[in-house]
Design a protein around this ligand. Structure first.
Ligand code: ATP
Ligand code: MG
Length: 265
């Protein structure tokens, strides 16, 4: 039977601005449990602004964000949301002076009363989940960019959240390393049933991981749907943006064939 999963996060008619200038207007969506929901769009369209507002870091001018039906404007709702969600920041936001293991243990030593043995076991399990157990003793400066992203994910996982939020999880990585992070995101959803909200402008990631996509343009929703909905969008700008990748791959293949056919037999 195909029944819709319960809603985990709801964003209603959200408008946000900085110092009186509207940046985001009327953004509206609901995310189901276990869904990978992607917010994409060109640089400067307001993706990070939406994410920061969802996290309660910027107060909206209008609209609301609810986690499990409870507004994050209500302090108890915000507290529930913070206990149940993990954020993976673009730069990893790791402490450079601490080991990877210490970095991942921070949320547990700060927000729980777990005894040290349990913290250690939990941290090692999270490091294993992201493939970093062998690097537990290294400092952030002693591992690669892709590994730092994994460490940031392990730290967000430490409190066993129901929802993970990512800002540009594959930003600045080479395509192979980025693909590894995308696979990790898919695995966390498939194996742990986690819900994920991912902000990105990397089309390869969008097409690989997204169940549904919200495309932002100049702070407004230009499209909302799955890949095929966006590819068939009546909006030329949306079609242009999402077909760019497919188009460039097809274009490259066409060029290659023309070359072979023209220059060959
Ligand atoms: N603290 C701030 N004060 C004033 N304006 C801001 C602030 N932060 C962002 N902006 C502006 O808001 C707009 C949206 O920025 P935002 O960072 O949300 O975009 P983005 O979609 O995440 O871009 P990118 O893909 O480059 O990360 C931009 O025009 C930016 O200049
Ligand atoms: Mg951003």
């Amino acid at each position: 039977m195909d029944s819709d999963p319960p809603t985990i996060l709801e964003v209603r008619d959200l408008s946000v601005g900085y110092g009186g200038t509207a940046i985001v207007r009327g953004v509206d969506f609901a995310m189901g449990e276990g869904e990978i929901f992607v917010i994409m769009g060109p640089s400067g369209c307001g993706k990070t602004t939406v994410l920061k507002t969802i996290l309660g870091l910027i107060p909206p001018v209008r609209g609301d964000v609810a986690f499990r039906g409870r507004s994050i404007r209500d302090p108890e709702g915000l507290s529930l949301f913070r206990r149940s969600s993990g954020m993976v920041f673009q730069q990893g936001a790791l402490l450079n002076s601490a080991s990877i293991e210490e970095n991942v243990s921070l949320p547990l030593t700060e927000h729980t009363v777990f005894p040290p043995g349990i913290v250690r076991e939990t941290v090692r399990m999270k490091l294993a989940q992201v493939g970093l157990l062998a690097f537990a003793g290294r400092r952030p400066g002693e591992i690669s960019g892709g590994m730092r992203k994994r460490a940031g994910i392990a730290r967000a996982l430490a409190i066993e959240p129901e929802l993970l939020l990512f800002d540009e999880p594959t930003g600045g990585l080479d395509p192979i390393t980025a693909d590894g992070i995308d696979n990790l995101i898919l695995r966390l959803r498939d194996e742990l049933g986690m819900s994920m909200l991912v902000v990105t402008h990397e089309l390869a990631s969008v097409f690989k991981i997204a169940d549904r996509i919200l495309m932002l343009r100049d702070g407004q929703v230009a499209a909302l749907g799955d890949r095929d909905d966006l590819r068939r969008s009546g909006d030329e700008g949306v079609r242009g943006f999402v077909n760019r990748q497919a188009g460039s791959e097809a274009g490259a293949a066409d060029g290659f064939l023309a070359e072979v056919e023209g220059g060959g037999a």
